[in-house]
Design a binder for this molecule. Structure first.
Ligand SMILES: [Zn+2]
Ligand SMILES: [Zn+2]
Length: 63
């Protein structure tokens, strides 16, 4: 199951590039680092814990 990489924070609508730090809950609600910190790492939609989204780099073959 692939994560859906949402391009923006759901709270402030700030853009989130693949290489940017982003936080998601288990339902894939997506937030930027600043909103996540201000919300206490808790998803306002479902109450779930927010965890760091793994980065998807543009050049996966770079050693
Ligand atoms: Zn935000
Ligand atoms: Zn959520």
């Amino acid at each position: 199951m692939a994560l859906q990489m949402k391009p923006a924070c759901e709270r402030c609508e700030g853009g989130l590039a693949m290489k940017d730090e982003a936080w998601i809950c288990s339902f894939e609600c997506t937030f930027c680092a600043a909103c996540t910190a201000s919300m206490g790492h808790r998803c306002p939609n479902c109450g779930g814990e927010l965890v760091r989204r793994p980065r998807r780099d543009a050049a996966p073959d770079a050693a």
